[in-house]
Design a protein around this ligand. Structure first.
Ligand SMILES: Cc1ncc(COP(=O)(O)O)c(C=O)c1O
Length: 377
């Protein structure tokens, strides 16, 4: 079977980083996590970085912290996309806020014109998802948010490795949330990074991410300075446990060191797919703006009979996927049915093809051949 995703690790580099944790006798937050956060800030150019146990955690913390620090009320609105993994929209709901869906454009990301139409007096923020690593029309969304005084949150789950002018593109977002889930461009097992623009937001996130405890007990516990664990703390919040740990951070550090090389390889495979599919009028490729160097987390095509193609590929030993079914199709978000026709269309017609670092030339040749065979029959 040609696999859709397959995480690849530099095993020796991972083991070297992991060995340091095990020899130091430190696997929790505060050792390798500190190193990873420093390296991530350097790599992305973002102001702050807090290593958490998933992108879901980063998103949940983002809306919780922004609501608290900006005095938002229950039922206030966040404009979001339906073409995403549900945890993007769950994060809004979990904070007691309401996702208001705007439609996507041909980048499968939010359409700025439609975002503007959804703004009401209750709108507090926009959640932009850089689907498959594509920054889409982020800059226009940024202008809309600035104009209307809205916060801008980026779900960058697919964007580790995306660059514009050598840096991560969404530098001026209020919060950027990355995923280091096993099928993402920087694969660990499960973890993520929360990057707030405002340091005070990050400080609150660090409290809320460790059961609401108001002291950096873990960082003082760090092995390097051998301080004593602090138990004289207060607990001003009822909160979850969202910390990242040093074992996972060790893997992430090794992965970060080869992220650019790995994304180059992804882009090479996508260039081959693009060249083949651009000659076939029955399929549409997803467009990226000039100057953007996308991470290429997924390779997606828009086809007429998507479900038929998924079945045909499967019968021919090729896994494929869907990123994503419109969240409006799910019971929790059904209140928005009929509001986003392009999202409905993409939900039924977009297919994700195999893309990973161990895919062979023969395998990509076969994927191309079978897709073309089906769509031209
Ligand atoms: C767009 C998007 N947002 C958020 C997430 C959640 O990421 P994590 O698995 O790290 O919690 C995912 C994961 O699939 C995703 O694809």
């Amino acid at each position: 079977m040609i696999r859709l995703f397959r995480p690849t690790f530099d095993v020796d580099a991972c083991l070297k980083e992991l060995k340091e944790c095990l020899e130091e006798g430190w696997t929790g937050p505060g050792f390798k996590t500190d190193q990873l956060e420093a390296e991530w800030k350097e790599y992305t150019g973002l102001n702050n970085a807090y290593y958490v146990n998933s992108c879901t955690a980063a998103l949940n913390l983002t809306f919780d912290v922004l609501k608290e620090r900006n005095g938002w009320q229950d039922g206030d609105e966040v404009i979001s996309t339906a073409i995403t993994f549900v945890s993007s929209n769950h994060a809004i709901m979990l904070a007691g806020l309401k996702p208001v869906f705007a439609d996507v454009d041909d980048s499968l990301c939010l359409d700025p014109a439609d975002v503007e139409k959804r703004i009401t007096p209750k709108t507090k923020a926009v959640l932009f998802v850089g689907l498959s690593g594509n920054p889409g029309k982020y800059k226009e969304i940024r202008e809309i948010c600035t104009h209307h005084g809205l916060k801008l949150v980026v779900d960058a789950a697919h964007m580790a490795g995306t660059k514009e002018n050598g840096k991560f593109p969404c530098q001026d977002a209020d919060s950027v949330c990355f995923s280091f889930h096993t099928f993402k461009t920087l694969a660990t097992a499960d973890s993520g990074m929360l990057c707030f623009q405002d340091e005070e937001n990050e400080k609150l996130a660090r409290i809320k991410a460790w059961s609401g405890i108001n002291t950096a007990a873990f960082s003082d516990y760090a092995v390097k300075d051998h301080k004593t664990y602090k138990w004289h703390y207060d607990v001003p919040y009822v909160s979850n446990c969202y910390n990242g740990n040093s074992i996972m951070a060790a893997v992430a550090i090794a992965q970060l060191h080869c992220l650019d090389k790995n994304c180059d390889l992804r882009r090479k495979i996508c260039t081959k797919y693009d060249a083949a599919f651009s000659k076939v009028p029955q399929v549409k490729t997803v467009k990226y703006d000039e100057g953007v160097v996308p991470s290429r987390c997924h390779y997606q095509l828009i086809v007429e009979d998507r479900d038929g193609l998924v079945k045909f590929l499967n019968e021919n030993g090729i896994n494929s996927g869907v990123h994503y079914v419109s969240n409006i199709n799910y019971r929790m978000y059904a209140y928005a049915q009929g509001t986003c026709p392009n999202s409905d269309y993409m939900s039924e017609h977009a297919i994700t093809l195999p893309l990973h670092l161990q895919i062979t030339e023969e395998e990509t040749d076969k994927v191309i051949e079978k897709v073309i065979e089906y769509v031209t029959k």
